[in-house]
Design a protein around this ligand. Sequence first.
Ligand SMILES: [Zn+2]
Length: 236
Amino acid sequence: MMRFLGYPSLRAVGCPSQRPGETSGPPEWANRKLFEAVRPIFCDLVSEPVDGSITSHQKARRGYAKVSSQMNHERFMEEALEAARQALIMGEFPVGCVMVYEDQVLVTGARHHSAPQGQNELDHAEMVALRRLIDLGEGIDRAKVTLFSTLEPCLMCYAALIINGIRHIIYAYEDVLGGGTGLDLTSLNPFYREMEVTVVSGVLRHESLALFKQFFSDSNNEYLRDSLLATYTMSV
Ligand SMILES: [Zn+2]
């Protein structure tokens, strides 16, 4: 079934939820009987997942996200949350992530150097995990790796992830200040335009939000204090 998801004619299947102007009716490659048999499957695939919203560039990619939700998103996000809790204990901004391949966690990452001493904007959790993934060497199809992060990746991390072959990104809490996953790849040059990236949001959002509320409630934490993200976090 997965092979159908990237099929260019997926939009031609004709789900009731299709937008005005989209093609309706059976695709040319199927007779009516086959079309009626597969339509419920495709319609289910392109519906919104129960555990989060999707931002993606093509409806076909939304189908993948629906299927991949069966990987038990919450189980892996809980592991990312544990990394975030450890970061918080260390006085760091509470972002954690894991990279999953074939239903197993390959590497974890947590934010480093968010505190004033030695602060930088390179050691984000996703960058830490990405370096560890690369250190594992060849033999891993990165297109089949899924990133689970407790915070929406920033533009730096999003770009680093997709340039390094990661195509599936799932996050818990939206970053209204620096989140970069809304980048429209179709407006960029061909290298990026041809990437098919799936982004799912809102998995264990409440649990991640609680960590950020805890962080911003502590007056000892200076990172992003009084920022839009801090204000937003304390208001939701
Ligand atoms: Zn980042």
